[in-house]
Design a protein around this ligand. Structure first.
Ligand code: SAH
Length: 355
């Protein structure tokens, strides 16, 4: 990809960088390996920092190439360590990405599209509609920008930001290959979350990558699910759960079902029992997510702790493994789409600068 006249290097693999340096400058191919190391492992922002490249080459790189055309426009740091930021892309679109440091790992949540076309009723991103797919370069670049904001090394990646990853499957897989091959994060530490595009779940299984697939189920029956997730009218609950079984058969990777709890919409004992019944014998894990409040026409509310506990108990008594999302960044608009929603159309405040 080119911006104005300069070649963008983020998004090129080490092999492509090797070919590019030798074609462009007649340099030995190993210079490309060095470039890849600086870009993906050291996450540098300038050619000057590439101290093992000759000064003359650095100057020529500067003339013809940029590492990234994207910039961070907003950074919000939460008291719990979560850092949420907006990446401003070359065409001025903006996407959210989040750094989530935990005791035992540092995770990042990345976007795969500008906006989203899926229209889930509870989601802030959906309210802004769909603009376009992100390129592999733009997906990896979010990770590199977040690495610069973290003292610790990023160890885990979830594609749970803006957009539907399986509707941008080729670029998403290309970005995962870069994250795996060039940044050095193992596939087992990468999760893709989908609204449930059934044919694309089969397409993803064909790649046979040992990643984790998370499916946003959010209801065990078509009536409830179609109300909150329009995509369910196309691919219903049973087809989706069958796709999860088949995904396991093909990849031997257990699927995670995400279950967002909305008070009195999908959090009743009946919903829990029905979920347990439908998931019997499916190799899976259920991750409960209490609704992260965003204003909606339906006035969705977050359930009280007691309702969440009761829902969880019913699943556990049925022998289903359950986890609960540890919530982070409540003080900084943590739910997907909230940050961009707030800043759209307003001048961008220069929040806290990178450490
Ligand atoms: N499109 C993909 C990935 C992005 S959304 C998907 O649907 O899975 C990531 C997760 O956040 C999904 O499980 C989604 O349903 C959930 N989510 C969306 N809005 C939310 C909110 N307000 N509170 C909690 N979770 C939300």
């Amino acid at each position: 990809m080119q911006t104005a006249t300069k070649t963008v290097l983020v998004g090129l693999s080490a092999a492509q960088l090797r070919a590019w340096v030798s074609e462009t400058f007649g340099e030995p191919a190993y210079r490309g390996t060095q470039l890849a190391k600086w870009i993906y492992q050291k996450a540098v922002t300038t050619f000057e920092q590439m101290s093992d490249l000759p000064a003359a080459l650095r100057a020529r790189l500067q003339e013809v190439a940029v590492i990234s055309p994207n910039t961070i426009s907003v950074i919000q740091r939460s008291r719990d360590g979560t850092v949420k930021s907006l990446l401003r892309l070359a065409d001025e679109n903006e996407v959210e990405c989040v750094l989530l440091p935990y005791d035992d790992r540092v995770s990042v949540c990345l976007s795969t599209q500008v906006g989203c076309a899926m229209g889930c009723r509870f989601c802030a991103t959906a309210q802004g509609g769909y603009t376009r797919n992100l390129t592999a370069s733009e997906i990896v670049d979010q990770l590199l920008h977040l690495q610069r904001l973290s003292e610790r090394r990023i160890s885990h990646v979830v594609l749970m930001g803006m957009g539907e990853p399986l509707l941008n499957l080729e670029n998403v897989v290309a970005s995962l290959r870069l994250i795996h091959d060039e940044v050095g994060i193992g596939y087992r530490r990468i999760t893709i979350s989908t609204v449930g595009i059934v044919p694309k779940i089969y397409a993803l299984a064909e790649y046979d990558l040992p990643i984790t697939l998370a499916i946003s189920l959010h209801a065990p029956d078509d009536e409830t699910r179609s109300k909150i997730m329009p995509v369910n009218r196309k691919w219903g609950v049973d087809a989706l759960i069958q796709a999860a079984r088949d995904y396991f058969e093909k990849t031997k990777r257990r699927v995670t079902f995400e279950y967002l709890l909305l008070r009195e919409v999908n959090d009743t004992p009946w919903h829990a029992q029905e979920l347990a019944r439908k998931l019997r014998g499916v190799p899976c894990l259920v991750n409960l997510i209490p609704f992260n409040y965003v204003p909606t026409p339906e006035h969705f509310q977050r359930p009280e702790m007691a309702r969440v506990q009761r829902f969880r108990q019913i699943l556990e008594q049925a022998g289903i493994e359950v986890t609960q999302r540890v919530e982070r960044g409540h003080d900084i608009d943590a739910a997907c789409g909230q940050l961009r929603g707030k800043h759209r159309g307003k001048p961008i405040p220069l929040a806290l600068q990178p450490r």
